[in-house]
Each structure stands twice: as C-alpha cells, then as structure tokens.
Design a protein around this ligand. Sequence first.
Ligand code: FEO
Length: 164
Amino acid sequence: MISEKMQKALNDQINAEMFSSYLYLSMAAYLESQNWNGMSAWMKAQSVEEYQHAMKFYGFINEVGGTVVLEAIEKPKSTWNKPQEIFAEAYKHEQYVTKRIHDLVALAIEEKDYATNLFLNWFVTEQVEEEATVVLINHKFNLIGDNNTSLFLLDRELGMRAEK
Ligand code: FEO
C-alpha cells in the first residue's frame, strides 16, 4: 500500500505531466498559426507523449491501491516570438520535469517504497532521452540562426517525427 505522502506526490506528477501536455499543445498551436507545420507536428506528438506519461502515473497509483485525484491544470503560455524560443523553453521545461522526477525518486527511497522507486526508473531514463532530444534540436537552431532556408529544412525534418 502506498503512503499518503507518496500518493500525493504522484498525483501532483499527474498534474505536472498534464501541464506538460497542455504546454506542448499550446506551443504546437502557436507554431501552426505561424505555418511551421512540421515543428507543430513534432510538438503535438510530444504533447501526446506527455499525456501518456500522466496515464502511466494514473495506472500505477491504481495498481498499488491508491486513489487518483485530479487537480486543475494551469493555463499555459500561448505566444512566443520565434520557433527557437519555443524549443529553448521546452528544454528548460524538461529540466524542470527531470528535477521533479528525481525528487520523487528521493522521496520513494526515503519512504523505503521500492515498488514506486522501480516504477520511477522508467521516467529517469525517459528524461535523459527527452533532454538529449531537445538539446540536439536546440543545437540545430543555434547553427541555423535566422537562415530561412535552413529553418524550412528543419521544419520538414521535425515534421517527419509525426509520420513515424
Ligand atoms: Fe513527461 Fe517530457 O516529461
């Protein structure tokens, strides 16, 4: 049986993952409004992944006999200046999520909750992957600068994610 404290922390993480999903969907909407359809498709796919992360927490809480309690999702930002700014912000956001996951692991260890600790391992690995992916995209943006032809090609490359 999961402790009240751990359950509350995991429920908070459902909210954080749902906010991530909402934030990336908002980024997708903005990119689409600016005709960066490939980047928008990438963000939409990311938004779906974040929803799936939330559902993993949802499933786990139920599996260990806990209760899922959903809270209101914060309103995400809706405008940016350029695509590069969006992906830089996505990286910052992923760093924030990584810190949250690590805090959850620390709590699980403190509580000797080995089942939750094991469950969280998947997220520790996932965050390494997510950060690395966004770092690489940001690196490409930095190389490109404001070169429209290269931005067009990057848009097309990022759009391929949605086609996989
Ligand atoms: Fe659910 Fe992008 O971390």
